[in-house]
Design a protein around this ligand. Structure first.
Ligand SMILES: *[C@@H]1O[C@H](CO)[C@@H](O)[C@H](O)[C@H]1NC(C)=O
Ligand SMILES: *[C@@H]1O[C@H](CO)[C@@H](O)[C@H](O)[C@H]1NC(C)=O
Length: 162
């Protein structure tokens, strides 16, 4: 009886896992100029949400990353996600030519999925020499804690092994 209950619970867990959508990770970035004193003298830099370097994107394999970027500097802006294979939206790698820059005073939402690239990466603004003025930050991709088995045989195996 207990085994029967256990099996039913396992079945529910598996069913829930199979239909679950990959997680979404949301960020809103406000891009501004600001002054920092990293070497003791004032320097104008590009800040993201008043941070230099920019906020870390922390995610796990298969997460959908949504970054809504508000360009409040006086130049067009494009971000690139260095080394990341942008699943679902490969044209959003920010290369001038594959996408238009974010115009002054407007916003654009990057949407992509990270997949099986466990490791540490970074992003930066790609136009001109903006990259040396800041706007860069880390992008960390963790492995998933659980890899759902999504074929019907797995349910049968659960029954047989209990
Ligand atoms: C980043 O994500 C990992 C895995 O999900 C988590 O363990 C860690 O606490 C997170 N770190 C931050 C700073 O959010
Ligand atoms: C701009 O930001 C607004 C408010 O967050 C959002 O609803 C809209 O979708 C964004 N526009 C683009 C093009 O990403």
């Amino acid at each position: 009886m207990t085994r029967m209950v256990m099996s039913m619970v396992m079945l529910c867990i598996l069913a829930a896992t199979v239909i679950a959508e990959d997680l979404y990770v949301y960020y809103t970035w406000n891009i501004l100029y600001g002054t920092i004193f990293s070497l003791g003298v004032p320097e104008e830099v590009i800040l993201i949400n008043n941070q230099f370097s920019g906020p870390e994107i922390n995610c796990s394999s298969n997460n959908n990353i949504i970054v809504n970027v508000f360009n409040n500097i006086d130049e067009p802006l494009l971000f690139t996600w260095h080394g990341i294979q942008l699943r679902k939206n490969s044209w959003q790698d920010g290369t001038p030519g594959t996408m238009c820059p974010i115009q002054l005073g407007t916003n654009f939402t990057y949407k992509f999925q990270v997949k099986d690239q466990i490791g540490i990466y970074f992003y930066f603004p790609i136009i001109g020499l903006q990259r040396v003025a800041g706007g860069t930050g880390g992008l960390r991709v963790f492995g998933r804690l659980l890899i759902p088995i999504s074929y019907p045989g797995s349910i049968l195996l659960t029954f047989l092994s209990t």
